[in-house]
Design a binder for this molecule. Structure first.
Ligand code: UDP
Ligand code: MG
Length: 317
């Protein structure tokens, strides 16, 4: 019996690109089946992340055309990470392995062959790693590179240049399902699941159609979420910084006492003001960072659902 593969694809307002890429995924499933690597019960699972265009109509139409297509629709837009999790959890009880991939064709679909080979030779998780980023803008490349390095510096175990293009076995998915956090950052969580893993290189292409759903604002909040949900280093840095500033102020106090004793007048207004301003700034910044964590705790404590499924195509019910 060959293993069942599910290709899990989150889609948000992707009516332009879906009709182009969906047949490519189907072709991939067919090829792998003909090669005898996967079962005929393998599926392509779309997650409609509350799209406002015709994405869901396209998904239901696809599923009526070919039984290998199926889909679930979330009750509203919950963001890429939650949509992806919804798909992974849906696939968990139905597949032996699943590959998560974007629907815009940017990630080279042919890397799935290599991922499946790695799975067949014993890997529980196979990370897709970008071998080059030639097609990204210099800005996106630079910020992304900086982000990976910073995450490393913060002590977060992340695979360099790996986005959410990866294969996970059923066991790995079950491991992932035990992580209950609401502030999701999958590429930091999956390495925590553990198990034997390997990497597969692929080259990142241009989006085949439509626009990126990750503008700079979303990228920044994604990065901040990544850091604060996986690392407490910023809080430690504040402590260290506070310690240094306190040590310096002891020197300042000694200095001011000495000048007072020597009696060198009311000079020093400038230094007083600058110290007050500096400390005010540091304190506000520190409060902001701590507030970020308190906010996270607030959301985690409430334990709201990470996604709610509204509809499913017939195939998957
Ligand atoms: N996506 C989603 N929900 C969102 C934003 C994006 O499901 O709120 C999906 C989108 O349809 C795509 C994937 O996440 O399949 C990656 O998005 P995109 O290609 O826009 O990001 P980029 O490749 O530019 O980083
Ligand atoms: Mg993309």
């Amino acid at each position: 019996m060959q293993p069942i593969l599910y290709i899990v694809i989150p889609c948000y307002n992707e009516q332009e690109v879906l009709p182009i890429t969906a047949p490519m995924f189907l072709q991939k499933i067919n090829d792998l089946y003909i090669d005898g690597k996967i079962s005929e019960h393998s599926r392509i699972l779309f997650i409609n992340d509350g799209s406002r265009d015709k994405t869901w109509d396209i998904i239901t139409e696809l599923s009526s055309l070919d039984e290998h297509y199926c889909g679930i629709s979330l009750s509203r837009n919950r963001g890429h990470q939650n949509a992806l999790l919804a798909g992974l959890m849906e696939a968990k009880d139905k597949c032996d392995m699943c590959v998560s991939v974007d629907c815009d064709g940017q990630d080279d679909i042919d890397a799935i062959d290599k991922m499946v080979d790695e799975y067949l030779s014993g890997s529980e998780i196979v990370y897709g790693v970008r071998s080059d980023r030639k097609t990204d803008t210099a800005f996106k490349r630079g910020t992304a590179q900086f982000f990976y390095k910073m995450m490393r510096g913060m002590g977060v175990d992340m695979i360099y240049n790996h986005a959410d293009y990866r294969l996970m076995s059923r066991r790995a998915l079950e491991g992932l399902s035990q992580f209950k956090e609401v502030n999701l950052f999958l590429r930091g969580l999956v390495p925590m699941v553990g198990y034997k893993y390997s990497c597969v290189e692929y080259s990142r292409k241009e989006r085949m159609a439509g626009k990126s759903k990750y503008p700079l604002k979303k990228m920044i909040s994604f990065a901040i979420n990544g850091i604060t949900s996986l690392s407490v280093k910023p809080i430690r840095l504040i402590t260290a910084f506070g310690f240094i500033v306190s040590a310096l102020s002891v020197i300042g106090i000694i200095w001011s006492v000495i000048t007072a004793i020597i009696g060198s007048g009311v000079a020093g207004w400038a230094s007083t003001v600058s110290i007050i301003c500096f400390l005010g700034g540091v304190q506000l910044l520190s409060l902001g960072v701590i507030g970020e964590y308190v906010g996270k705790i607030y959301l985690e404590v409430k334990g709201r659902p990470r996604y709610i499924i509204d509809k499913k195509t017939d195939e998957i019910k």
